[in-house]
Design a protein around this ligand. Structure first.
Ligand code: CMP
Length: 243
């Protein structure tokens, strides 16, 4: 019925507004600018495993995750995979190609069923040019990406497996915020091995050793960090400790 449709449309636009208002990148926009952004953002659902784009595709859209997790990864011709990031609720991705006009730097695949907002580059570029505060937020986001990548390079070159694994787990916990729920990381051991560049067997052995010390708890498809300070000490020292 037309009346219901109008009601639905109003409900959707108000939930869109509240989701965008809570996003740390968009939260400081003036109400009119947020309204404009709402008109640009298209709500989309993705099934687990759906590919959103592949490395080297043209980058025509910016994405904001509402629920679920998007995997950002690259793969080699012989089928090996490296996970660069797992993007969760409140985070953005796809900003690099949207801002610099170059092809996509990595693949994006739905790691779980997801709800996302899609914003077209043709709407977004003039919008960000008209909003200096927003442009600054994107500079901060790109700085954060560079810091994250530098940290990964440092870990790969200078640290051993325990340090790398500890650092990767802490990175995933810390970007999810301070609440205790954030200590549960929905990730498989295969995925974590693709993130730190070690075999799944070595990851499993190390995680079981930490589980015996109550530093982590292992659940099906999830790792719960119980003792972040112990892992931090290991990540910062980078010394070997297989026991
Ligand atoms: P874009 O290049 O448009 O598409 C792939 C996206 O993955 C990219 O924008 C970033 O949003 C994200 N991305 C690429 N490289 C990294 C990285 N090293 N760490 C975190 N996110 C990344």
């Amino acid at each position: 019925m037309p009346q219901d449709k109008t009601g639905d449309a109003r409900r959707h636009s108000s939930s869109k507004l509240s989701v965008l208002r809570e996003n740390p990148i968009f939260c400081d926009l003036e109400p009119e600018a947020l309204d404009q952004l709402c008109r640009y953002a298209k709500h989309t659902v993705l099934k687990r495993g759906a590919s959103l784009f592949a490395k080297d595709d043209p980058g025509n859209s910016l994405y904001a995750v509402i629920s679920g997790t998007i995997k950002i990864s690259i793969s080699s011709a012989d089928g090996r995979n490296a996970i660069l990031n797992l993007v969760g609720p409140g985070e953005l991705f796809g900003e690099m190609s949207v801002l610099d006009g170059q092809p996509r730097s990595a693949d994006a695949i739905a790691n779980t069923n997801c709800e996302i907002f899609v914003i077209d580059r043709r709407d977004f570029l003039p919008f960000v040019r008209s909003q200096p505060t927003l442009a600054m937020k994107f500079i901060e986001l790109l700085c954060a990406r560079l810091r994250w990548t530098s940290e990964q390079v440092e870990q790969v070159i200078l640290h051993d497996l325990p340090g790398r694994l500890a650092s990767a787990l802490l990175g995933l916990v810390e970007k999810r915020g301070p609440d205790p729920e954030s200590h549960t990381i929905a990730i498989t051991q295969q995925e974590i091995s693709e993130m730190v560049g070690m075999t799944r067997e070595s990851i499993n052995k190390q995680l079981r050793a930490w589980s015996a010390r109550n530093w982590v708890r292992l659940e099906h498809g999830a790792i719960i960090v119980l003792d972040a300070p112990a892992l931090r000490e290991l990540a910062e020292a980078g010394v070997s400790s297989d026991e």
